[in-house]
Design a protein. Structure first.
Length: 210
């Protein structure tokens, strides 16, 4: 089974690429969605979130995303400490969930599975994938997208971008880069080209077995 990692910076368009690939027939799991499911259903994780950030961050369907973001994104040492704490609570559980998912898909005989994770390189998961695809866009484009979709200020968006590995560094580490500064049609074409190339590659697991 081929295992593909998809990553990029905030506002680069990772989620759109994921949807394009799903429409193509790919099996793609998004880390953000997995994290949301964990925060909604994992009682132990919810208890740790409540203890760390206050019970007000919890809702019946998960967490109050804006309230939680206000506690973990910001310029102060407390914000940075809270972000590390959040990552310590959620990331190991997301990783465990993906490992279980991958093994299930392998058992089912799935030919290809992709995992989208914004922090793939930051948490050093790249060696677990056969190939990594980075979705890239200019900083100003990313800032405008995030401001438009979430109403977050430019200062806050750029602060969050600074929390992640520089996109140029991610581009340098990637096996493939999908550029997303143009139209949706342009993105669909670029994504289809990378997908076609990856689909044409032999399965590394089959090669190892031989």
């Amino acid at each position: 089974m081929k295992l593909i990692g998809i990553t990029g910076g905030i506002g680069t368009g990772k989620s759109t690429v994921v949807e394009i690939l799903r429409k193509r027939g790919w099996t793609v799991y998004a880390s953000d969605q997995t994290a949301k499911e964990i925060m909604a259903s994992d009682d132990t994780a919810r208890a740790e979130l409540s203890a760390s950030f206050g019970k007000d961050v919890l809702t019946t369907s998960g967490v109050d995303a804006k309230l939680l973001a206000s506690k973990v994104f910001g310029p102060t040492p407390e914000h940075h400490a809270n972000l590390m704490k959040l990552n310590q609570i959620i990331h190991p559980r997301v990783l465990d969930a993906h490992i279980q998912t991958i093994e299930t898909e392998r058992t089912l005989g799935s030919p290809l599975v992709a995992i989208e994770s914004a922090l793939l390189y930051e948490v050093e998961l790249e060696d677990g994938f056969d190939w990594v695809v980075v979705v890239n866009a200019q900083d100003d484009t990313c800032v405008q997208r995030v401001m438009t979709r979430s109403g977050t200020s430019e200062t806050e968006v750029r602060r969050r971008m600074a929390e992640q590995m520089p996109i140029e560094e991610k581009r340098g580490l990637a096996d493939f880069v999908i550029e997303n500064d143009g139209s949706l049609k342009d993105l669909e074409g670029a994504t289809a080209l990378v997908a076609m190339i990856l689909e044409s590659f032999p399965d590394p697991e089959t090669e190892e077995a031989e």
